[in-house]
Design a binder for this molecule. Structure first.
Ligand code: B1M
Length: 210
């Protein structure tokens, strides 16, 4: 087994210490940070995402793996420099205004990061102005909104309206998710996509960014 496969396996196992040690070892052997990220950390997290989607593992295991992956990311991220240009795209995520539920949104963010996307997480209770500020300053490709309350999900429409008002509809894609959200609601408010779970959100982002 190569050291990169070993890193991936340690991510799958959620072995934070081993991920950190192996990442350092790989760097000292001259493997590039980008290769460690894509062929080790992200590859491991891809397997975790797939297993989660198939109900072979559950949220606690995903969280432990994501934490292990972050241990490696912490080491390689500052070294990526220009290689970060190889990132698959920028995503801003947040739980919608009035809503404080963030467990699902955090998993989505971690899996997206694990899949090689640059993620700005605005946290919870996020307003349309906050989303648009990041869109305008950082030039993101995708806005990802999460809602867990039937009373807050309606605000997603207002964010989409702000994207339209800024003439960015189509250029910046909007995806939505959360327990009360459905595909038909996404269509109704003209979101670009809906994902029922975090692993599907990664697939959706990949397909939207082609
Ligand atoms: Co709240 N809560 N809660 N709660 N809470 C629900 C959502 C509720 C269904 C419980 C119930 O009554 N049965 C209900 C909503 C009813 C409704 O609107 N129809 C409810 C309520 C009413 C409330 C309060 C109003 C209660 C009160 O104070 N009276 C209050 C609201 C506070 C606020 O937000 N303003 C409240 C508070 C809380 C806690 C703070 C106690 C806590 C949140 C802690 C936290 O998030 N840090 C909490 C919790 C934990 C829940 C339940 C039990 C679990 C939610 C959760 O984390 N699920 C929930 C009941 C339930 O859903 N069974 C409930 C696990 C998580 C991994 O799943 O978030 O669905 P989920 O995410 C999934 C997918 O949906 C998807 O991927 C994730 C992983 O696969 N996904 C996306 C999520 N976001 C996505 C975004 C995407 C794509 C996919 O693209 C961008």
């Amino acid at each position: 087994m190569t050291i990169l496969e070993d890193i991936g396996l340690s991510v799958e196992r959620g072995d934070e210490t081993s991920v950190g040690e192996l990442t350092q070892k790989a760097l000292s052997e001259g493997i590039s940070p980008g290769e460690i990220l894509n062929k080790g950390l992200v590859a491991g997290m891809d397997v975790v995402g797939e297993r989660f989607k198939k109900n072979e593992i559950f949220i606690p295991e995903v969280l432990v793996s994501a934490r292990a992956m972050k241990e490696g990311m912490k080491i390689v991220k500052p070294l990526l420099g220009d290689e970060i240009a190889g990132s698959r795209g920028k995503v801003v995520i947040g739980t919608i205004k009035g809503d404080l539920h963030d467990i699902g949104k955090n998993i989505v963010g971690m899996l997206l990061e694990g899949a090689g996307f640059e993620v700005t997480d605005l946290g919870t209770d996020v307003t349309k102005e906050q989303f648009m500020e990041v869109v305008e300053k950082e030039g993101v490709d995708i806005i990802g909104m999460s809602a867990l309350l039937t009373t807050t999900m309606t605000y997603m429409k207002e964010v989409i309206q702000s994207v339209e008002d800024a003439n960015l509809k189509g250029k910046v894609k909007v995806i939505i998710g959360g327990a009360p959200i459905t595909q038909s609601y996404a269509e109704e408010i003209k979101a670009d996509g809906y994902a029922p779970d975090a692993a599907s959100a990664v697939d959706l982002v990949k397909s939207l960014l082609g």
